[in-house]
Design a protein around this ligand. Structure first.
Ligand SMILES: *[C@@H]1O[C@H](CO)[C@@H](O)[C@H](O)[C@H]1NC(C)=O
Length: 447
């Protein structure tokens, strides 16, 4: 190991694997290491044995759950927005050739004690049981406004300025009820809380358009998901990196981030060997996460609680969908953060037939996180088994340009990967000094 690399990447979570792939394509000499003997870090998908080992130390999985090899259970629950940034990145890098995608069958929202489909066009709004007769007409007008909006045609703007007027003003313009605002802001624009309401409407408008255009692309929901689980994503980017000359070492314990006499990055020590590189990038767990004086800090107000639930039936009230996203907007359960439920099944080759894997998650607000997800668990019907974890969200304390140590962020509570892509773009800009530019193409999806 006396070669010198351009970049050492620590951890094989999705963010690090995307970066490693892109850096290799860019011609950088990359060494990629992980302390685990599997790819994916926090974004790995585990088989049953690995899952029970992780959460129950010595317990073997029950035989009735079936064969180990049928399982790939995600540790974080996120779907891919069909027209979103991650899709662009997958297509740009051609990583799609290692992956097969399937649609998520339904997008649902909880309102007034009931589960309903999220309407995304004026036609669906008119049919939706989410709203009363008069509200439907108002919602129809709102969706027409969104669909007809043309940037350079003020006649389509209904007197609104998306860059100045708040989303509150927009909602008021169309007279939408708070419950309707809830599903638009949370189940379509995918805001985690209500801070967006008083801010300029533009980003929310763009998020709703992203939702509706993704929905229009495949029909059933705006989300797609890789066969064999999310863990396929980091592995595919790792494959890309390897093709472009990246070197991989799994099961490699990193003992020290070695600095030079000026406190800048020098290399990575494993046992008594030190590998040198110009830059290092890695997930927070390699830089003192959980220790005092490390290079990362916990964002206290962003801790995430997740419950991986194994079911023997689809979620009641979701038309027997084999996969769903179900959002419980904060106001519906007197919280400040939404509760997300993401469910997948054997259709996506992630579990045995007749088993359904639902992950319920939210941002922690109290010292009893398990109670906070109870409204979500309550919608699942009988739960066969449940694995609960609370994960701190770490962010780097410095931008890395001083010491050439670049640290990624922990995975947040959002139900999609858009913020992961933001982090990739951000780290890229800091490391390379210019923006990452991607081409736009489409991704093929199995019906
Ligand atoms: C499941 O994971 C365990 C532990 O990593 C591994 O030994 C086993 O081979 C895996 N099972 C299958 C079927 O891949």
């Amino acid at each position: 190991m006396d070669e010198e690399y351009d970049v050492i990447v620590l951890g094989t979570g999705l963010t690090e694997c995307i970066l490693s792939g892109l850096l290799s394509v860019e011609g950088k000499k990359v060494l990629h290491m992980d302390r685990n003997d599997y790819y994916g870090g926090e974004t790995a998908s585990l088989n049953l044995t690995q899952l029970y080992r992780k959460f129950r130390s010595n317990q073997e999985p029950p035989a009735e759950l079936g064969r180990d090899r049928d399982y790939a259970i995600d540790l974080v629950s996120k779907f891919i927005i069909a027209s979103g940034e991650l899709t662009k990145m997958l297509v740009h890098t051609d990583v799609t050739r290692y992956l097969e995608f399937k649609q998520i069958a339904g997008s649902f929202v909880y309102r007034d004690g009931k589960i309903s489909k999220v309407p995304s066009t004026e036609l669906e709004a008119v049919k939706s049981p989410l709203m009363g007769l008069f509200e439907k007409r108002r919602a129809k007008k709102f969706f027409e406004f969104l669909q007809n909006w043309k940037e350079d045609d003020p006649a389509t703007h209904a007197g609104l300025d998306l860059d100045k007027d708040s989303m509150k003003t927009v909602y008021e313009k169309f007279g939408l009820e708070p419950g309707t605002q809830d599903f638009i802001g949370h189940a379509m624009a995918l805001h985690l809380d209500d801070d967006y309401i008083t801010k300029p409407a533009r980003p929310t408008y763009e998020r709703i358009v992203l939702y509706t255009s993704s929905m229009a692309r495949y029909g059933k929901s705006p989300y797609i998901y890789p066969l064999y689980g999310l863990g396929e994503l980091p592995q595919s980017f790792a494959r890309l990196s390897a093709i472009y000359g990246g070197t991989y070492m799994l099961d490699k314990k990193v003992d020290e981030i070695v600095l030079d006499s000026n406190g800048n990055f020098f290399g990575v020590r494993c046992g008594d060997e030190t590998v040198r590189a110009k830059q290092v990038v890695g997930d927070p767990s390699y830089f003192g996460a959980g220790e005092n004086g490390g290079k990362v800090r916990v964002v206290e107000e962003k801790k995430v609680v997740r419950a991986i639930c194994l079911l023997k039936h689809p979620i009641p009230g979701t038309d027997d969908s084999d996969s769903v996203q179900l959002i419980i907007p904060q106001n519906q359960v007197q919280r400040h953060n939404d509760i997300y439920i993401a469910m997948v099944s054997s259709t996506h080759n992630v579990c045995a037939k007749d088993i359904y894997v639902a992950i319920v998650s939210t941002i922690v607000e109290t010292d009893k996180p398990e109670l906070e997800i109870a409204p979500g668990i309550g919608l699942l019907g009988p739960v066969y088994d449940k694995f609960v974890s609370v994960s701190p969200v770490y962010v780097p304390v410095a931008n890395g340009q001083q010491d050439q140590i670049y640290i990624t962020r922990s995975y947040d509570a959002t139900s999609h990967f858009e913020t992961v892509v933001d982090d990739v773009n951000d780290v890229w800009r800091r490391m390379i000094g210019s923006d990452l530019v991607l081409k736009k193409r489409e991704v093929a999806v199995e019906e």
